[in-house]
Design a protein. Sequence first.
Lengths: 213, 213
Amino acid sequence: MPRVVDHAARRSEIVLALWGVIHERGLDGVSFRAVAEAAGVSIGRIQHYFASKEELIREGCTQMVVAAQSRYAELSRSGGPEHQLWTLVSGPVPSTRPQRLGAAVWYAYLAKSVAEPALREIIGAAIEDAGARAIRLLTTVRSGADGEGTDAVGARHGAEARSRSEHEALALLALGDGLAQRVVVGAIDGPEALAALAEEFTRRGLTPGGILD
Amino acid sequence: MPRVVDHAARRSEIVLALWGVIHERGLDGVSFRAVAEAAGVSIGRIQHYFASKEELIREGCTQMVVAAQSRYAELSRSGGPEHQLWTLVSGPVPSTRPQRLGAAVWYAYLAKSVAEPALREIIGAAIEDAGARAIRLLTTVRSGADGEGTDAVGARHGAEARSRSEHEALALLALGDGLAQRVVVGAIDGPEALAALAEEFTRRGLTPGGILD
């Protein structure tokens, strides 16, 4: 179905251009005209895919989440649950310039989400999704089983272990975000952030980087 | 010196109006005209105090840092080093609506700092300042002494204790920021964030909330 692929590619191009505009001028600097110029397409082309500026901005936020999830899926594929957990928690720490730019766009969305319930919902769902995944992984790791998706193990361990995993998942994910924030502003660099995260994993009896297959 | 007070008050008014504009329209929506309208003063008045839009924006960032430091100074005054540490680490977690709006403006600055070295410098210095303070406090707490500023105790304990304090300070401060981020987007509420932080303090043998005099 070449037409479908085409459409997806064109939408992606527009979203990429949108991110560039957000980085240059902020979310409030977004207009169909600005995005069209950045993408090198007509305004009509953008209107064909997005009914409003707001819809385009929301789609840009959703695609940031999708990009992060794809990156996680790819990086975590080759490892067990500890490796998956490490990949999830260290994911926000930018290690390349494009990733730092991406983080800047993400903070622009965070800033705007306070006033925009639609954005808050997208970001909130992504955070909840990562939280649920981290809880599953931690429950699995702590029970000594391997691989994600063996929820039965979690159930066996009971509500107490689950509650412990919930607290631990929140602490680890929040730490990853807080370290990422420091890398974005240049207070520490990527390797320093990962070292701090690795130390925290070790302190909790988890293997930093996890175990690759 | 009433004139001096006047000037400071007028600058504050302008900066408050600036924050409102940033919250409404983002950093890229800032103009002398928009801030003048929000402050209910003339553009000339703003130009009297700030040579350029960029200077005003930088001053707004500096004043965010100053406000956070004043809040810390006030809240931490009545306690020992553990209380001061708790106040410092939990400081970014917003617990009122104005604080959430303030956090949104802070994220707008974070987002922009990737492309603006002047902002990165202000934010980086604030992060470094908080880090140095946390290290001093932790070193004091761990050595069993009381009160900030007894750096001699830290020196006695040697470089190893200091390095441990450095890692611990980074982990605690980053956790506070990551939890604050979740509160801003509504993924958890203020009390949940503080509970997670309290648990982490307890796990590290620190008293959540610290000890008040």
